[in-house]
Structures are given as C-alpha cells and as structure tokens.
Design a protein around this ligand. Structure first.
Ligand code: FMN
Length: 188
C-alpha cells in the first residue's frame, strides 16, 4: 500500500503542513509506504488554454508546458491513495493546486484514454484561517477536481486555527483509516 501526501502551503510548518504530516503518520501507523510532496517546491505553471481552448492535452493526453506536472502525475499513478492538504485561499484551493489539477484533469480525461490516476482514493484536507469561511467552497473545488479525475473521495476535512486542537489528531486518524479502507477495497 502506497500513499502519496501532497502539501500545498508555502509554510512548511503551518497548519496545512501539520495536517499533511499527521495524516502521513497515521498512514504509516497502518502499515503504508508514504511519499511526501511539497507542491510549492515543484515548478507548476498555470494552464494556457491553448489554441481554441484545447491543445496537446486533448490530442496526446500531455501538456505543452514543460515543468513538473508529469512528476506529480507519475507519483499519483503509482500510489494507491492520495492525501491532498491545501490552505484555503479566497475560499478555494491554493494556486499551486489549481495550476497542477486544472492541467492534470485535461490530460487525464480529455484526450485519448490515458487515465493514470483514476480510481485512486483521496483524503482531502482544507486548512483555513480563524473562522474557516471559505472552507466549504474549497472542499467543493476539490470535490470537482477529483470527480473530473475519476478519483473517489474517502473523506474531506476542514480544519481552522480554532479547531486545530482536535483537527490535527483527526488527520492522523483519517490517514490511518484511509489505508485500512483502501486495503479492504483491494481485497474485495
Ligand atoms: C491569500 C490568502 C487567502 C486566504 N483566504 C482565506 C479564506 O478565504 N478563508 C479562510 O478561512 N482563510 C483564508 N486564508 C487563511 C489561510 O487559509 C490560513 O492561514 C491557512 O491555515 C494557511 O495557513 P498555513 O500556510 O499555515 O497552513 C487566506 C490566506 C491567504 C494567504
């Protein structure tokens, strides 16, 4: 069992990163191999909506932009489950998540069939500020990305600065439960 943990905040020790690390610790406790990706350290540019709106993504299932998108895609492809922990920015996912997932869903779903991430289970975490306004719409954005990618949701969580005391242990429990759930799915 392999779990990829994607952390999308620039802050390496902030709430988003802490939730990601706790989910990873839970996954490890359940026996999973894990890989941690700090998304901001990768080169991930925004979609250019080539030509009439579709470009190489539609014709070849690949993006014209030469950056680290395929690195992320390959890591997702070899995982059984994915944890995505993003800060809530303006009620949405972080820009680096948009940059990668806008393009990934085009490459995965629009072109000749090359769905490499389809079927991978997801634990999605939205880490918000004090009041958590925008947390629900951030989860909706992630729900849409994963629906387009054909990736089933195991769970979605919102944590805020106010709820961090019980949100952080919940992330660890969720990481552990994700691994157990995916393992059970693989048996049946
Ligand atoms: C540009 C920007 C926009 C933000 N928008 C929201 C928001 O809409 N709702 C919210 O609850 N918090 C918002 N925040 C606060 C972050 O979600 C919060 O600080 C989050 O926990 C990220 O912190 P971290 O980097 O330490 O993980 C915003 C922060 C920034 C920098």
């Amino acid at each position: 069992m392999r779990i990829l943990v994607i952390q999308a905040s620039p802050n390496e020790d902030g709430l988003t990163a802490t939730m990601a690390k706790e989910a990873m610790a839970g996954a490890q406790a359940a026996g999973a191999e894990t890989e941690f990706v700090h998304l901001r350290k990768l080169d991930l540019k925004a979609c250019r909506a080539c030509d009439d709106g579709w470009g190489r993504c539609r014709s070849e299932s690949l993006c014209v932009i030469e950056d680290d998108l395929e690195v992320v895609r390959d890591k997702m492809a070899v995982a059984d489950g994915i944890v995505l922990s993003t800060p809530v920015y303006f009620g949405d996912v972080a820009e680096v998540v948009k940059n990668s997932f806008d393009r990934l869903r085009r490459c995965e779903r629009a072109g000749p069939a090359d769905p490499r991430v389809e079927g991978k289970w997801v634990l999605a975490i939205a880490a918000a500020g004090g009041g958590g306004g925008g947390g629900p719409s951030c989860l909706v954005a992630m729900d849409r990305y994963f629906a387009h990618l054909g990736m089933p949701i195991f769970d979605m969580m919102i944590v805020t600065r106010r709820s961090r005391d019980y949100g952080i242990p919940a992330a660890r429990a969720a990481g552990e439960a994700l691994v157990k759930y995916v393992a059970a799915q693989q048996v049946t």
